[in-house]
Design a protein around this ligand. Structure first.
Ligand code: NAD
Length: 483
């Protein structure tokens, strides 16, 4: 790869727009969340560049839709291989631009590449239907065709995976895709585009437009009727705004939005195993994933033992430099993210919660892993997505109470439970109003399973054989035979 890893020399990264040279245009600075120091200069694209990208995407689509699924699958496979070869570069880039601990960053590269491999295979399975005809002189069939040029907006918390989960099915279906990555993590996105071009992928088919002010880009692309689909992963308020904007051009929509995941631990649980799964779900990526547990409900009989062991495990987590192999919790991505997590802790303590973990003093954007008890529904942490390493514990008495509490939220992305009872596992997972349920499993996501939410957590599914449907339109063809 010719693009350098971001560093203290703050190299410049042009946008990946076919037919546009961003060398002379505006730039913005990307800073390391671990040190606060500049690590890159990136093209700060505006409306004019967005227009160039849309024109290129339309041209790219006209060509790309003519390719066979087998040609598309071969290119996607080559891109998958290139990504794995560049694993260390991509992982280090993610550690530097978003503060993800390096071992987790390597795991993200594998996970992200997994979507490319999966959708390379799925490209060859875009089949249609032959329908029985009620008329002897007619033949009825259904074709599935690419929706057209796609606009994808992605968040910073998975700088690689949130892109491949959208771009791979889009390309496999025959669409062209313009990605607008989060302003904090543009470099991983640009590297993915470079790898695509290196393996022979057409530049007009996958483009990356970087910008410090996302609305300047999205206003142009949302208003452009040639862009037939928006796929967005990010916060619920921004998702709702884009949903409203999409009405003017009637775009297809996929919205992967915020969550407020409950984890129900029943008193038949293996406490150590339950602690392990809660730790994986809560503290992964510093608590900055949309499926991170936000509320932990523990049945009264095991509450004290569970709380003690969870607090001990949280206190033992290694906080530090994301590039250090030993680090388990890095900095939060931004001052606003750090302030929100800290505000959730302060608000809970002020309203009567108790802290079970040591009150460490940490500098910069770090927040010490924290376990709280005595948490009540009116506390902010019980209503808003925390996106930080804070685990509130709530006691419950019976199954019905736990289900009602878990469902008492506008969100519906992921929920978890721990029990040894097969009957309870079935009953509770059916009763939870969520798109994803982990039964004795705090990390359920895999490329071949559907990922997405209900209610304020969004629309549509990514991954699995469902993921490619979001990029395909269904066309009914009725043929009257010669008489
Ligand atoms: P965000 O909504 O602030 O930003 C997400 C993306 O939207 C970024 O690229 C940003 O530049 C862009 N954006 C912001 N304002 C915009 C506007 N007015 N017009 C167009 N684009 C705009 O969210 P964030 O803080 O970066 O990401 C964290 C959120 O993402 C959390 O709520 C998290 O739960 C959610 N998330 C959801 C999933 C999922 O699959 N459901 C996965 C990861 C993250």
């Amino acid at each position: 790869m010719s693009l350098p890893v971001p560093s203290a020399s703050a190299p410049f990264y042009p946008a990946a727009i076919a037919g546009h040279d961003s060398e002379a245009g505006a730039r913005y600075t990307v800073r390391s969340p671990a040190t606060g120091e500049p690590i890159a200069e990136v093209a700060d694209c505006g409306a004019e560049v967005a227009q160039v990208a849309a024109d290129s995407a339309q041209r790219g689509f006209e060509q790309w839709r003519q390719t066979t699924p087998f040609e598309r699958a071969a290119l996607l496979k080559a891109w998958h291989g290139a990504m794995l070869e560049a694993k260390e570069t991509l992982a280090l880039t993610m550690a530097r631009e978003m503060g993800k601990p390096i071992r987790e960053a390597r795991g993200e590269v594998d996970y992200a590449a997994g979507f490319i491999e999966w959708f390379a295979e799925q490209a060859k399975r875009i089949d249609g239907d032959i329908l029985p005809s009620p008329h002897p002189e007619k033949r009825l069939s259904v074709l599935r065709q690419p929706v057209g040029p796609v606009f994808a907006i992605t968040p910073w918390n998975f700088p690689a995976a949130m892109i491949t989960r959208k771009v791979a099915p889009g390309l496999a279906a025959g669409c062209s895709v313009i990605v607008k990555p989060a302003e904090q993590t543009p470099i991983t996105a640009l590297m993915l585009a470079e790898l695509w071009r290196q393996v022979g992928g057409p530049a007009e088919v996958f483009q990356v437009i970087t910008a410090e002010r996302p609305a300047a880009i999205s206003e142009v692309l949302m208003a452009d009727a040639r862009i037939r689909k928006l796929t967005f992963t990010g916060s619920t308020p921004v998702g709702k705004r884009l949903y409203a904007q999409s009405a003017a051009t009637m775009k297809r929509m996929s919205l992967e939005l915020g969550g407020h995941a409950p984890f129900l631990v029943f008193d038949d649980a293996d406490i150590d195993a339950a602690v392990t799964e809660v730790m994986a779900s809560k503290f992964r990526n510093g608590g900055q994933t949309c499926v991170c547990t936000n509320r932990i409900y523990v049945q009264r009989g095991i509450f004290d033992a569970f709380a003690e062991r969870l607090a001990a495990a949280a206190a033992a987590l290694a906080i530090g430099d994301p590039e250090d192999e030993a680090t388990q919790v890095g900095p939060l991505v931004s001052q606003a993210g750090r302030d929100k997590a800290q505000a959730h802790i302060d608000d809970a303590l002020a309203k009567g919660a108790q802290r079970l973990t040591p009150a460490l003093s940490v500098d910069g954007l770090y927040v010490a892993p924290t376990v709280l008890t005595g948490v009540t529904p009116e506390m902010r942490i019980m209503q808003e997505e925390t996106f930080g390493p804070v685990a509130p514990l709530i006691v419950f008495d019976d199954e019905a109470e736990a289900i009602a509490a878990a469902n008492d939220t506008p969100f519906g992305l992921a929920a978890y439970l721990w029990t040894r009872s097969l009957g309870r596992a079935a009953r509770v997972s059916e009763a939870l109003d969520y798109g994803i349920v982990g039964v004795n499993d705090g990390a359920p996501s895999v490329p071949n399973a559907p990922f997405g939410g209900v209610k304020d957590s969004g629309l549509g599914r990514e991954g699995g054989h469902y993921g490619i449907d979001e990029y395909l339109d269904c066309k009914f063809v009725s043929t009257r035979l010669d008489r």
